[in-house]
Design a protein around this ligand. Structure first.
Ligand code: HPA
Length: 262
């Protein structure tokens, strides 16, 4: 059986709780080792990776994004559904809303953001006109309709370095630039997935209005609490999405990527 999809769980999604016959995997790559679980759902094999570790021990700027994506490639994964807790800059995307990402802006500063570092790894310039897989996004939207959950789409995501939250001044600038959502982890994950030719989509869950828009100061506890209140929605959505995944990919994510060293 080939693996139908990988789920990368962000803050508050440490176990999809939908998999049976769960097996732990440790996959070593030239970038480091990733810990995953593999299981079955709807007669399909699925792997799960907790981005921050199973007890949220790894902050956003320390996640080994390259090891995680390279490990998925090594396992033969071709599709990745990621979840992310985000702050909202857009009134139409209040806490509790689920949004499929459509575009991103990268304000990270000190991350290994590419597999193509020159030399043996090669020099490659990858197309990002459509950063998230349109085919996988369609599947996720259809899955949301199947289970009666509201899913907004076309979220414009701004990635910051973190781990601090933003200043109100930063949020005002991001809003002027067109940003809807702010988070700390989607870059370089989305970049590495595309470089490797994987289909990648992100379900963002709004946990708070961003700094200066929220009437209160921000805390990580608030993010965890709102995520905990909404995580069942994300689980239901994931289960319907897995059921809907077709055998064949209908997009050109594979062709847009290039072979990476493992
Ligand atoms: N800013 C950055 N990352 C976040 C936020 C936020 O307000 N909420 C959840 N993740």
């Amino acid at each position: 059986m080939s693996i139908a999809a990988a789920i990368i769980g962000g803050t508050g999604v440490y176990d999809p709780k939908i998999l049976s016959a769960v097996e732990r995997l440790e996959v070593t790559t030239r970038y480091g080792t990733a810990l995953l679980t593999k299981g079955i759902y709807a007669e399909k094999e699925v792997v799960f990776l907790a981005r921050h570790g199973t007890n949220h021990g790894t902050p956003p700027h320390k996640v080994n994004y390259r090891a995680n994506i390279a490990a998925l490639v090594k396992l033969g994964v071709t599709r990745v559904i990621a979840t992310a807790a985000v702050g909202s800059l857009n009134e139409a995307m209040p806490p509790g809303a689920m949004v499929l990402l459509g575009q991103f802006l990268d304000f990270t500063k000190a991350r290994q953001s590419t597999f193509f570092t020159g030399g043996e790894a090669g020099v490659v310039h990858t197309d990002f006109t459509e950063p998230y897989c349109p085919d996988l996004n369609r599947t996720l939207l259809a899955a949301a309709a199947d289970c009666g959950l509201e899913m907004l789409q076309g979220g414009f995501y701004v990635c910051t370095e973190g781990p601090r939250f933003e200043t109100p001044a930063e949020i005002q600038v991001y809003k002027k630039l067109g940003g809807d959502l702010v988070g700390m982890t989607n870059v370089p994950e989305v970049v590495l997935a595309r470089e490797a030719g994987l289909c990648y989509s992100t379900i963002a869950l709004c946990t708070n209005f961003a700094a200066g828009i929220s009437p209160t100061h921000l805390t990580h506890q608030e993010v965890l609490d709102v995520m905990a209140q909404n995580v069942d929605k994300v689980r239901v959505l994931l289960s319907y999405a897995i059921k809907r995944l077709a055998e064949k990919r209908e997009c050109n994510c594979r062709e847009l990527g290039s072979p990476i060293l493992l």
